[in-house]
Ligand binder design. Sequence first.
Ligand code: ARG
Length: 508
Amino acid sequence: LCHHPQQQQQQQQQGKSGGVGDDEDGGGGSGGLEGTDAEANDAVHLKRRVGLVSGVALIVGTMIGSGIFVSPSGLLLRTGSVGVSFVVWTACGLLSLCGALAYAELGTMNTSSGAEYAYFMDAFGAPPAFLFSWVSTLVLKPSQMAIICLSFAQYTVEAFTVDCEPPSEVVKVVALLAIVLILLINCYSVNLATGVQNAFTAAKLMAILVVIVGGSYKLIQGNTQHLQAAFDTIDGTTINFGRLATAFYTGLWAYDGWNNLNYVTEEIKNPSKNLPRSIMIGIPLVTLCYALINVSYLAAMSPSEMIESEAVAVTFGNRVLGVMAWLMPLSVAISTFGSANGTLFAAGRLCFAASREGHLLDCLSYVHVRRFTPAPGLIFHSLVAGAMVLSGNIDSLIDFFSFTAWIFYGGSMLALLVMRKTRPNHPRPYKCPLVIPVLVLIISAYLIVAPIIDKPQIEYLYAAGFISAGMLVYLPFVKFGYVPKFMEGVNAFLQMLLEVAPTAVAFD
Ligand code: ARG
């Protein structure tokens, strides 16, 4: 049996270099490597390979996932009118763009991969940085996985149910099966996981294109009635200030991933130019796609029908595509499956990197001895995601995720402002106008506080609980490095059971 105390020390000295020994070449990538970036996994020596085009692709590929296929109904319900929902969709795009520009300053100032972790370390020190990696491994990544798998299940089940609502138990079971399948793929081989990723990204783009082309056709035919009188309220819906924040949660889920490029800054060619440029092209592009898709949905169904539909894209397909209607659920299922695969891929690496720094249990940093996949981290994530699937539904999980995520996005804005004060002379290859982080900080404060005041939900309490638990764990187990005696036995048992071992040298 193997131990790797020295390795961990060495890793701590190196700082958060991330990387994973997941292939014979010795792995690489970054702690927060995003799965949608299949190629980044090959970035063994962190070569600067990401140019403008792949930068844009990385952003667009992560942002477009399940959200645009599940959020439009919820957003319409929460905003109460077509007009306001369009305003929110666009505002979400603008907010993501502003957030990303602030991240561009942070990412070009501190180019080590790992995004928030690195910025919190610089601005606030180790405890908040630890809290981030704790929350992202325990809450953010698994909830992303759970939401995307539930969306996958919703679409798959919807395709087979005629004239009735898909039973939620069935949807949950299918979501769990998807998690298991994705876990097996990711544990089996890195190449298989990245292959699935690439193939399935194409399906996603196709689904988007089909909706936009189909919608345009409907519009040309003159189906514009649902787009007129856009600010009239849809029957029985109301909007207020607090509810608007949850509408933003729904919309922002579809845009999440705008900070994706910051996880791989070390690999961007000429980052001070390409990082802000990719952001300025990628995010407006996604915003445009989302606006067009919403118009397309409304060209095919009324707002009330859209709210009632469990899977808008399926309803859209049935109305517009005729005999080809099956194309819609299929391509959405494939697209969401691919996104979930990418999310687990990234989550496994994040968990791996965090545990190697002593932030999580040692055994979570072990790698399968023959397959070189970070199996324990992947299994751990799948278990947490599975629990979330069982205990929540898409909407509650999106609220739970967005609430937690915006605490940290807001934290990054604060980090930027703090560093403008504490490190005024540090080189900033890209400097964003000061009003941007201030604005995003204020909006994130609103996004965090308003939903609690409007309608306190148990999910927000869970999120706050997780964050506080992180603080309790930090002192004894991380700062003072206390490891309970029985952990040695647990680690040994897991090494034998899962055929995993600590990796020593397979890192750059
Ligand atoms: N926006 C994506 C979707 O609509 C979710 C992205 C999850 N976030 C991430 N960093 N992978 O499904």
